[in-house]
Ligand binder design. Structure first.
Ligand code: C5P
Length: 472
């Protein structure tokens, strides 16, 4: 395993890495390795010899800016790291992405990272002779179907509103005749300042489309308010809608009129008021499925255990802690057409959690008596009334993945199971990628390793195929 040096990183990036690592229960070095491995995999997925794979049924994107050329202008803010993810999300949906990084953006993300993820040359200089000979800022401004500015800092917005053109990003934005989508991100005080309000009004009057910002915690410790950049999937959905509006296409919404529920994340089972039993589930796969289903037009209720990731856009999220709360929330969400149980529900809970914090007593360890939790998936799959047309479970296995999952399909009474190998060396638990086997009564399909978003998109496409036709 290659050795990793965390020392050279900027403090903000180090803090991001620390938070991500803590959230996934990994060391910072292991987290950095996972990120590098994901980047390498994304790069190799984009290589021409893998392109054929993307058209297989398991990889079919549901909706998105497929075949579009997107110019992504990355501004200088802490949210720039999310723009690297945005590159991947756009590419997963079949778009070509070229990046312009402002000078300030390069303080937060390296052009090399943007280049590796986009698979294209990255542009940084207005007076770059190679760029002028090659594409030049005028062609850069024209050769795309859409320009996305993410993060759009207060400064970039001011430049756009004032028609400045003293660097490559602002010159391109002044010269472009393609639609422009901006995703502002800044400190809440900057967002609320009269100057930014004026600039925003000017930009919208000029026909610029705006997505976000959202409310939430800022990078500055203890600060909260409106100013967080929209999540990458929200930006992709806005880009898609903007392009569709422009070309008069209708966005493909195969699940329009359908209702879905998705469970996600771990459950926490209390031992006493301060301690609990938990597991390493990040909720990434379940949340991605909820987001993909919503993007495909379904009315989605996401029932999530405690996670450190944002609520997906366009989804009603219900937060719960324990398995029993999750079951109650699932029952309240019925009836639905399709239910996907992606949560890693704790199998057991403590029979009698302490009312007060359990104290140490002279070296004697407390004995915890466990009792089994309700099996939510089996309970819903075996219902006579209000059983969803399609009930889908997950099987996280560390051995005999397919055989165990086939047995689970029968025992739980569900229609499909997505089975994956969660041995620690796969990096799937908490990671951004997944390799699943779709198990149905017809047999087993092994899907290629891909991002959790791509798995979600492929699953939603399959669900849509089964639920095709007008809602009953
Ligand atoms: O039995 P096992 O935990 O491996 O089953 C996994 C599947 O069952 C997942 O879809 C999970 O969401 C679901 N499950 C559940 N309630 C439980 C245990 C698992 O819904 N108590």
């Amino acid at each position: 395993m290659a050795s990793i040096t965390i020392r050279g990183l900027d403090d903000d990036l180090k803090q991001c890495l620390r938070l991500r690592a803590a959230g996934n229960g990994r060391s910072m070095e292991d987290e950095a390795r996972t990120i590098l491995r994901d980047m390498a995999a994304a790069r190799s997925e984009a290589a021409p010899d893998r392109v054929a794979l993307r058209s297989s049924a398991a990889q079919q994107p549901v909706a998105g800016p497929a075949g579009r050329r997107v110019l992504l202008i990355i501004g200088g803010g802490i949210a720039a790291y999310k723009s690297l993810d945005l590159i991947r999300r756009l590419r997963e949906r079949g778009a070509t992405v070229r990046c312009v990084l402002t000078a300030a953006a390069q303080k937060f993300v390296a052009p090399l990272a943007a280049g590796a993820l986009s698979g294209e040359r990255v542009f940084t200089d207005l007076f770059d002779p190679a760029s002028e000979l090659d594409v030049g800022h005028i062609r850069l401004a024209r050769d795309h179907d859409l320009v996305v500015v993410a993060p759009a800092t207060a400064d970039l917005m001011a430049k756009m509103a004032g028609g400045h053109a003293d660097d490559l990003a602002s010159a391109v934005l002044l010269a472009t005749d393609t639609p422009v989508l901006i995703a502002p991100a800044m400190n809440p005080h900057m967002w609320g300042h009269a100057a930014t309000r004026r600039n925003l009004a000017r930009l919208t009057a000029d026909g610029i489309t705006v997505v976000g910002p959202a409310e939430g915690e800022m990078a500055e410790r203890g600060e909260a308010g409106i100013g967080r950049m929209a999540e990458p999937l929200e930006i992709v959905a806005a880009a898609d809608a903007l392009l569709a509006r422009r070309t008069g296409e209708t966005v493909d919404r195969p699940l329009k009129g359908r209702r879905m529920l998705v469970t996600s994340g771990p459950t926490h089972e209390p031992i006493d008021p301060v301690r609990y039993i938990a597991n390493r589930s990040s909720g990434k796969q379940g949340h991605a499925i909820a987001a993909a289903a919503a993007a495909a037009g379904a009315a989605v209720t996401l029932i999530s255990g405690p996670v450190n990731i944002p609520d997906p856009p366009g989804v009603e999220t219900v937060r719960v802690e324990t398995a029993r709360e999750m079951l109650a929330a699932v029952e309240r969400a019925l009836p639905v057409d399709c239910a996907v149980f992606a949560a890693a529900v704790a199998d057991w809970r403590v029979a009698q959690p302490g009312r007060e914090k359990i104290k140490k007593s002279n070296g004697a360890s407390p004995a915890l008596t466990l009792t089994e939790n309700p099996d939510i998936l089996a309970a819903i799959a075996h219902r006579k009334a209000e059983r969803p047309q399609l009930v889908i479970g997950f099987a996280a296995e560390t051995e005999k993945v397919v055989a165990n999952a086939q047995e689970k399909l029968k025992r739980k009474g569900c229609d499909w199971i997505l089975a994956n190998d969660v041995s620690s060396e796969t990096g799937i638990m908490g990671g951004d990628r997944n390799q699943v086997n779709l198990i149905t009564s017809d047999g087993v399909e092994s899907w290629p390793p891909q991002s959790k978003d791509a798995v979600a998109g492929a699953l939603v496409a399959r669900i849509a195929a089964v639920l095709a036709g007008p809602p009953p």
